[in-house]
Ligand binder design. Structure first.
Ligand code: KIV
Length: 271
């Protein structure tokens, strides 16, 4: 038996089993080969090729501008680095909302051209037809409710969602619908912890939170935020595990000094 066959790959079914036995699911974003390799080696369960690449990798203010081609490029790089983790790829804004045929084409392109294992879509009842069509083609779908950044111009703010009763009720209804349709998991972003816990207890599919408290079945963060690569973004829910941008900047400053002072390269660093 090869070494590889000892590794139990994370599948949608494994995530479901993890929820059943109360084991929390760890999930992080990655957008490129090198970072994905590190995250995979650390033993992450799920890697999200998030459309947050639009902010983090491309420098846009929102997630709206990133294209399907760009998402496919990022996902291809991540999949090359992955062996055990389940890879989820965001369907970007404008590729699935209005037309279920276009939604299916977008999802098929992601699955065919990247080798990823599933797609993620933001929204509930409004995108029901698109979700159904993608699921009927055998493509696993992860839902995303609460703060859905692709709708930022509708919300007008990145503040906590579903604090009011009517929005909380709609969220619960949408969550149940996504489970009924056949989504394999659900992301809840920036909603009250009590509401997120209620959703996680109601659904049988895993519920993964970001800014949704610890009563859910797992957690996701944007890798560049938790590593301190991005500096300007610091919501309450974000725990920074490192301040890597300061370390990188220090290293680059040392390099610049060494080049200017003729210290680099030295005798041993040349041929
Ligand atoms: O794009 C992304 O990174 C996401 C996470 C914030 C869940 O959707």
């Amino acid at each position: 038996m090869s070494l590889e066959s000892h590794i139990r790959k994370i599948t949608t079914h494994v995530l479901y089993e993890m929820k059943l036995r109360g084991e929390k699911i760890s999930m992080l974003t990655a957008y490129d080969y090198s970072m994905a390799k590190i995250v995979e080696s650390a033993g992450i369960d799920v890697i999200l090729v998030g459309d947050s690449a639009s902010n983090v990798m491309a420098g846009f203010d929102t997630t709206l501008p990133i294209t399907l081609d760009a998402m496919i490029y990022h996902a291809q790089s991540v999949v090359r680095a992955t062996n055990r983790a389940l890879v989820v790829v965001d369907l970007p804004f404008g590729t699935y909302q209005g037309n279920s045929k276009e939604a299916l084409n977008s999802a098929v392109r992601i699955m065919k051209e990247t080798g990823a294992h599933s797609v993620k879509m933001e929204g509930g009842i409004e995108i029901k037809e698109s979700i159904e069509r993608i699921l009927s083609a055998g493509i696993p779908v992860m839902g995303h409710l609460g703060l859905t950044p692709q709708s930022i111009y509708k919300f007008g703010t990145y503040t906590v969602r579903a604090r009011e009763e009517d929005e909380a009720e709609k969220l619960i209804k949408d969550a149940k619908l996504l489970e009924e349709l056949g989504c394999f998991a659900l992301i809840l972003e920036k909603i009250p912890a009590k509401l997120a816990k209620k959703v996680a207890e109601t659904l049988t599919i895993p519920v993964i939170g970001i800014g949704a408290g610890n009563g859910v079945d797992g957690q996701v963060l944007v890798l560049h935020d938790m590593l301190g690569i991005t500096q300007e973004f610091s919501p309450r829910f974000l725990r920074r595990y490192h301040n890597i941008s300061a370390e990188i900047q220090g290293a680059v400053e040392n390099y610049i000094n060494d080049v200017k002072s003729l210290d680099f390269p030295n005798e041993r660093e040349q041929y």
